[in-house]
Design a protein around this ligand. Structure first.
Ligand SMILES: Cc1cc2nc3c(=O)[nH]c(=O)nc-3n(C[C@H](O)[C@H](O)[C@H](O)COP(=O)(O)OP(=O)(O)OC[C@H]3O[C@@H](n4cnc5c(N)ncnc54)[C@H](O)[C@@H]3O)c2cc1C
Ligand SMILES: NC(=O)c1ccc[n+]([C@@H]2O[C@H](COP(=O)([O-])OP(=O)(O)OC[C@H]3O[C@@H](n4cnc5c(N)ncnc54)[C@H](OP(=O)(O)O)[C@@H]3O)[C@@H](O)[C@H]2O)c1
Length: 313
């Protein structure tokens, strides 16, 4: 596809806060299936909700989040607060009619940082344990900007996701496929183990059958880079430069980043090293230093440009 001159990128108006935390609605779960494969130490689930007949029906756009309020009270005896989860369904829902929306939830399970006791996150475990037929209290949607732009098929995309950060991109890519986008789309996904490649059953065949779609995996703990270091998503910019450079050079390419807090910093550094400053707002004085030597304080001054959308938590 030839380059188009980049004009201002605009985003569709989307609904937010139709259902507020003060008055959440009861929504049934229709499916709750494991999304990691046997042997994985991580429990990530694809959960589908039926919002038929509620104010959320047909109103949740790929990239937005829903809120879930777990049952029970916190350690202070107060009702639990809402937790946000990105929808992984496309804008027309899993059913094509905006009635079934889904998310991708990872159980937060760890040793407590201070007490050494087992630490289990409240909402992720509550939600993961709910079975089809059970209800949850839902709010939303939230998020106005981490969505596809107006006229989405006019752009190329580099989507970078760590772990469950792939959720919004599944929906966005399904939207782009439905609109028969002919521009280039690279889904760059990172996870610890081969067992954790989320939505592999969708993305791998898609990459085989759709010439302009590319699925790049960085399996950090099992498939190191040639120098033996951990494979993180940002290193695909170096190791797969032949594929990604032509995309980055087009002035109708957008970058989206979703997942772990701070994962964007490695992407910023490599983009700056490679000279792709259209995607970043970097102070002139910072460019006098080699990006590889940027300190943490330096990195914190960098902001994404309007060609890059970052949502990391
Ligand atoms: C916009 C947005 C979208 C999101 N989308 C998704 C999504 O699609 N999928 C998904 O899985 N998550 C998503 N999240 C994260 C999600 O909202 C919750 O934060 C996550 O599920 C943890 O919630 P929890 O109730 O299970 O954990 P909590 O009970 O809230 O525990 C987590 C808290 O405990 C602390 N903590 C964590 N580990 C330890 C430890 N070992 N010892 C002591 N303290 C610890 C953390 O600092 C954190 O504040 C999203 C967040 C945002 C803001
Ligand atoms: N809309 C949103 O904002 C949204 C949506 C969904 C999820 N999330 C957030 O995304 C996070 C996903 O966590 P997860 O537990 O699913 O992921 P994870 O499995 O722990 O990590 C995914 C991969 O990222 C790697 N990684 C670690 N540090 C990195 C860095 N600095 N740069 C690049 N890659 C790095 C990990 O490698 P190693 O572990 O081997 O080091 C692993 O391979 C959660 O914090 C969740 O809150 C946000």
């Amino acid at each position: 596809m030839s380059n188009t001159t980049q004009s201002e990128i605009t985003y569709p108006d989307v609904n937010i806060n139709i259902v507020r935390a003060k008055e959440p609605i009861d929504i049934p779960i229709v499916e709750n299936r494991i999304a990691t494969t046997a042997g994985s130490p991580n429990f990530i689930r694809h959960i589908t909700f039926d919002v038929t007949g509620t104010p959320l029906e047909g109103k949740v756009v790929a990239g937005q989040s829903i809120g879930i309020i777990p049952e029970g009270v916190d350690e202070r005896g107060k009702p639990h607060k809402v937790r946000l989860y990105s929808v992984s369904s496309p804008t027309r829902g899993e059913d094509g009619a905006g009635k079934l929306i889904s998310t991708t939830v990872k159980r937060v399970i760890d040793e407590h940082w201070d007490t050494q006791e087992l630490f289990t996150g409240v909402c992720s475990n509550y939600l993961s344990s709910r079975k089809a037929g059970m209800m949850v209290k839902m709010t939303g949607p939230s998020g106005k900007r981490f969505i596809l732009p107006e006229n989405p098929t006019e752009y190329n995309y580099l989507f970078f996701a760590a772990g469950t950060g792939i959720a919004p991109f599944r929906g966005m890519i399904m939207d782009l496929m439905e609109q028969n986008s002919k521009n280039e789309i690279a889904m760059i996904f990172g996870c610890p183990y081969r067992t954790d490649v989320l939505y592999r059953e969708y993305f791998e065949p898609l990459a085989q059958s759709v010439e302009n779609f590319h699925f790049l995996k960085s399996i950090s703990r099992e498939e190191p880079r040639q120098d033996g270091s951990k494979y993180y998503v940002q290193y695909q910019l170096i190791d797969n430069r032949a594929l990604l450079e032509p995309l980055l050079k087009k002035n109708n390419t957008l970058i989206y980043v979703c997942g772990l807090k701070w994962m964007e910093t490695g992407i910023y550094q490599i983009l700056a090293q490679q000279g792709y400053l259209d995607y970043l707002k970097v102070k002139d004085e910072l460019m006098e230093k080699d990006p590889a030597s940027w300190s943490w304080d330096d990195i914190k001054t960098i902001k994404p440009s309007d060609r890059m959308n970052v949502e990391v938590y």
